[in-house]
Design a protein around this ligand. Sequence first.
Ligand SMILES: Nc1nc2c(ncn2[C@@H]2O[C@H](COP(=O)(O)OP(=O)(O)OP(=O)(O)O)[C@@H](O)[C@H]2O)c(=O)[nH]1
Length: 420
Amino acid sequence: MNRILLIEDSPTVRRLLISTLQRELDFTVDAAATLDEAMRVLSHPSVHYLAALVDLTLPDAMHGEAVPAVMAHDVPVIVLTASVSETKREQLIAQGVVDYIIKDSKGSLQYAVALLKQLYRHRSTSLLVVDDSVTSRNQTSALLQRWQFSVYEATDGYQAIHILAKHPDIRLVLTDFHMPGMTGLDLLKQLRERFDRQSLAVIGISAQNNRTLPALFIKHGANDFLHKPFAPEELLWRVSLTLEHLELFQEIRELAHRDPLTRLYNRRFLFEQGNRQYLANRLQRQHAVMVLDIDHFKRINDTWGHQIGDQMLCHFAALLRLAFPDDLIARLGGEEFCVLLWHCSPAQAIAKAQQFLAQLKTKPLTHSVAGDLFITTSAGVETMLHNSLDEALQAADRLLYQAKADGRDCVRYTQDMAPG
Ligand SMILES: Nc1nc2c(ncn2[C@@H]2O[C@H](COP(=O)(O)OP(=O)(O)OP(=O)(O)O)[C@@H](O)[C@H]2O)c(=O)[nH]1
């Protein structure tokens, strides 16, 4: 649904907008110069638009008639205008437009791009509005829905906690301060027991003229605070920017935890997260630590070059993902990998490792120049109980060393754990 309808009679503005939107957003833009043309475009029921950019003065719709006409087709409208008075702005917002863009500078183009980007993202984002006042809750929800968010509503803090437990997809909570039973601040304190600022954003809202309230919210872990009444545009951008921060933080966290070549987890993540999981699962004896090292990998590099070597590492990683979809897989470095297998007996873990080695022999990397490149791997599987993941890994490494010494392309494990 990354398709935009542009209704603008000025050829210059039209050309500029089309080229900017296509370049910056990779969106398809359908353009119309008049309302009549736009109505013909909209008469195709199979075409769905993320939004329409609508000029307020068109040759056949001089007084903004295009706005309700487009909205009647359930297409969110962003108004394009040369200027906007306060009365006009209020009229447009009351009509239910998403926003308006003043066509007077390069900054406006950038604003249009940012706005459409946000709308595109919002469609997959769920928010929760917590407010005991029906009017105020409905107003906030309606605005958020206009900007394409999925909105849940709660009448108090207790209901909010219940809804959040049922819908883990909710990314942000907008909570009023003054509510009977549990205030917005109390709700925030409870939420921060379970979610940090990066996993669930909270924006406090209040109509009270209390200067310390925003500070109190922020000190207790709110991401932002809004005073009522607020301009719809302010709500939109505060919510959008908060969500953008969340996304950026998650991207950074993801980058810090992944190996850039194979996109598998890296050593650091394995020791942080894997160790936690290892200690939690340790006593159930339903786990194993497997270390794998591709055999004679240097030969691939020496014969075919590092680029094909890299492709081989990605190919190997993809096969690991397929074979161990529910387990934690990490690249330890070079051509060495680790799989933490959960919920399987020692015998099952060893059998899975042996199956993987057998599969590897039937799944070469197919390269346009080098042809089919086959590899084998050696593996050490440690199923004994250890005090930490680090100790278990060292034991798995010793078994791997044994596999290499025994001629490679084999799995070594603690003998009394043999399958069957
Ligand atoms: N292409 C590529 N090569 C890498 C990367 N990391 C390490 N290597 C290469 O992996 C090779 C590992 O060689 P060795 O440690 O001698 O091991 P091997 O040839 O696999 O032999 P055995 O492990 O004894 O079977 C070296 O040539 C490294 O340069 C990488 O990210 N990309």
